[in-house]
Ligand binder design. Structure first.
Ligand code: SF4
Length: 467
């Protein structure tokens, strides 16, 4: 029977399926970050240990202030406790931990692929919704809740119901200055934040195939913002080349066997998806979100929509409330909206390619507003510094920080003030996401850099000779 890529990997991991349709799945990799530091005490209290510690990888990211290099630099309190307890647990339970003084540390969804922990065909979980990022490698990557984290720690398995399948095909090619972030914002705009609920989404088509692995991670990362817990892309030669030689990638004969398996990991030609969406890549422009939902995105050349033209009363009311909260006006050109701060970072857009794209726009210019540039890992930071990107940002008057989640979630003191507005390369723009009363607009790294040097949203295509 023809199968989708998701179905093939799913069936490889099913141990048993109950009458109610839920399946017990074997988990190949479990990533854990500092916000789950209480899991270990709870595990012990329940009389359990970690079933397969060699498949567990821990890293602090959410609680790290990006000015901190040492534990002592973190203010005393829960943030420091989270970082400390995770490290202690790694010693007690004997699992791999990338401490904050290790160059390999960073945002959990950046370091998994970077270390070769993320591989095609695996079932990978993490107690974090943006685990969908790892699906870029052609694996099933699921964000799980705290109770499920406990279950995986104790059993290396997870109960799940098989989702339906959706394929989103991006045809044609991207226009100049359009990036992976613009693709996923255009997808979410098209299907809505609930459009993917209950589905695993496979991204396909020539535009997806042409993306780098970094770009594919950006697309899969924001799958969760479309309501789906799992986005994935069939592995190809780019995927294999990315994984090869990384510390946790298979070696020798195991590598050859793995590659043979990975090359067969694709949806069968006659596989049937429960839903198919097709978007022409040529219609996608550099995007900006205007409201408090990732689906409220428009090309930067557009204007704030008028709720009066919306026929559905409840949507009209939500749009009006968002316009009010964001302090913008219907009909206002998006490029007229001034920002107070710019954030370039997060698991969506903090990889080397993202920093290169931002630096290309910033080079030779000065920041008009405060700008934080936060690399996704210590290794990304080192690479950026070797390429002189840090100096480009510093010369522009921007802040070059240590790796971490930073202003994406803003739990570590790196926040917007009430009423302040950001251009942010992160993934969520809910009310107060970057601080109480904060206003977040989601954009690509190049668009964030353009906003940083002009002080307002600007079509990044104006910054290049080719435009
Ligand atoms: S960068 Fe943001 S979305 Fe990503 S793991 Fe950290 S807090 Fe979550």
């Amino acid at each position: 029977m023809p199968q989708t890529l998701f179905e093939k990997i799913w069936h490889e991991h099913v141990i048993v399926t109950r009458d109610d349709g839920n399946s017990l799945l074997y988990v190949d990799r479990h990533l854990i970050h500092d916000l789950h530091f209480r899991a270990f005490a709870q595990l012990k209290a329940a009389g359990h240990s970690i079933r397969e510690p060699e498949k567990l990888f821990g890293v602090p990211d959410h609680s790290l202030p990006t000015t901190a290099k040492l534990l002592a630099d973190i203010p005393a309190g829960e943030m420091r406790e989270a970082v400390e307890v995770l490290e202690q647990a790694s010693k007690e339970f004997n699992f791999t931990h990338f401490s904050m003084t290790d160059d390999r540390h960073g945002i959990v969804h950046v370091i998994g692929p970077e270390q070769g922990i993320t591989q095609p065909g695996l079932l990978l979980v993490c107690g974090d919704s943006h685990t969908s990022t790892h699906g870029a490698f052609g694996c099933i990557a699921l964000g799980i809740g705290s109770t499920e984290v406990q279950h995986v720690l104790a059993t290396q398995t997870l109960w799940q119901r098989q989702p339906k399948s959706m394929r989103i095909t991006i045809t044609g090619e991207l226009g100049f200055g359009v990036t992976a972030k613009d693709i996923i914002l255009a997808v979410i705009r098209e299907i809505g934040t609930a459009g993917g609920t209950g589905y695993a989404i496979e991204y396909a088509g020539p535009v997806i195939e042409a993306l780098s692995m970094e770009g594919r991670m950006t697309v899969c990362n924001m799958t969760i913002e479309a309501g789906s817990r799992c986005g994935l892309i069939a592995p190809d030669e780019k995927t294999i080349a990315y994984v090869e030689g990384r510390p946790y990638a298979p070696k020798g004969g195991e590598w050859d066997k793995a590659v043979t398996y990975w090359q067969a990991l694709r949806s069968d030609g006659d596989a049937v998806f429960d839903k198919e969406i097709v978007i022409d890549g040529r219609t996608i422009a550099p995007m900006v979100t205007w409201g408090n939902s990732p689906q409220w995105a428009l090309p930067v050349t557009d204007v704030v929509p008028d709720p009066a033209s919306e026929p559905d009363a409840s949507v009209r009311a939500t749009m009006s409330a968002a316009i009010d909260y964001m302090d913008i006006e219907p009909g206002q050109p998006l490029s007229d909206i001034a920002v107070d701060m710019v954030f370039i970072g997060s698991c969506t857009n903090s990889r080397i390619e993202d920093l290169r794209a931002a630096a290309e726009v910033v080079k030779g210019r000065k920041a008009a507003v405060r700008t934080l540039v936060v690399p996704g890992s210590g290794l990304v930071k080192k690479q950026a510094e070797a390429e002189g990107l840090d100096q480009v940002f510093i010369d522009a008057g921007m802040e070059w920080r240590e790796p971490g989640c930073s202003m994406c979630l803003a739990v570590n003191g790196e926040t917007l003030g009430a009423g302040q507005r950001s251009a942010s390369t992160s993934n969520r723009n809910f009310r107060g996401r970057q601080g109480v009363g904060s206003r977040t607009h989601l954009v690509s790294p190049a668009m964030a850099a353009a906003a940083a040097v002009t002080g307002h949203f600007t079509d990044v295509r104006k910054f290049t000779e080719d435009a």
